[in-house]
Design a protein. Sequence first.
Lengths: 102, 169
Amino acid sequence: MVPLSWYLIFAAALFSIGLFGVLSRRNAVAILLGIELMLNSVNINLAAFWRYGDVLQMTGQVFAIIVFAVAAAEVSVGLALVISVYRRRNTVVADDINMMKW
Amino acid sequence: MTGEQIIFILVALFTLGSGFMVVTTRNLVHAALWLVSTLFGVAVTFALLNASFLAVVQVVVYIGAIAILFIFAVMLTRKDMRDQGPQTNRNWWVGVLLSVLTFAGLFFLLQGWNGLSKTASAIPAGFDAISELGNALISPDAYVLPFEVASVLLVAALVGAVYVAFNRK
């Protein structure tokens, strides 16, 4: 039987990889890819705590489903913004999108 | 080492390796395809955790919708990046440092917690997790309100995405 710590450490490693992607990539689409990795690692944690806690309480899975919905909303709005910015400014490099920077 | 542990280690290594490729590959189409394999690894992890509904939703929603959306977005915004020039910004070492620190911090935090070596209790016979999940999602005593709020959020986000990406010419 796999102990709980393996799942938690696995999720922490996936979260850190996603964090690196978010912090260091220049392309805005690649930043969104990193955010997806981080959201997935959170979902692993939620499912693991459901399985290793009280199985009869569905809270962990319900939260994971809500995270799914929020991730879909986030990615649709984020990619729409990237495409809109690309159409107007002809760039997807996050450093160049600075029209709101004072 | 039991068989389940070996399967878990293989799946975890596969997922972490694909995740590493997602954030380091130069070609963004390849990064999106590596994301598909990462998401598939996470789906297998859900299956290992007996969360069958989450595993199916992971494949349908994440791989079927979100990853394909990413591939479309990469192809629509491709002209100027063309995989040339640096793919990481000047401060990439800060990103490395912060992510390593985050992992180390989480690791040491987990070390000090005594629920870690817990193993899963057996699922009681006759317990149907999927029907319980459905009941929890629509029962007024449980999570119907967060569920409806999430639906409204999703509709609002999709309408907003259409509005933002709409070409007015």
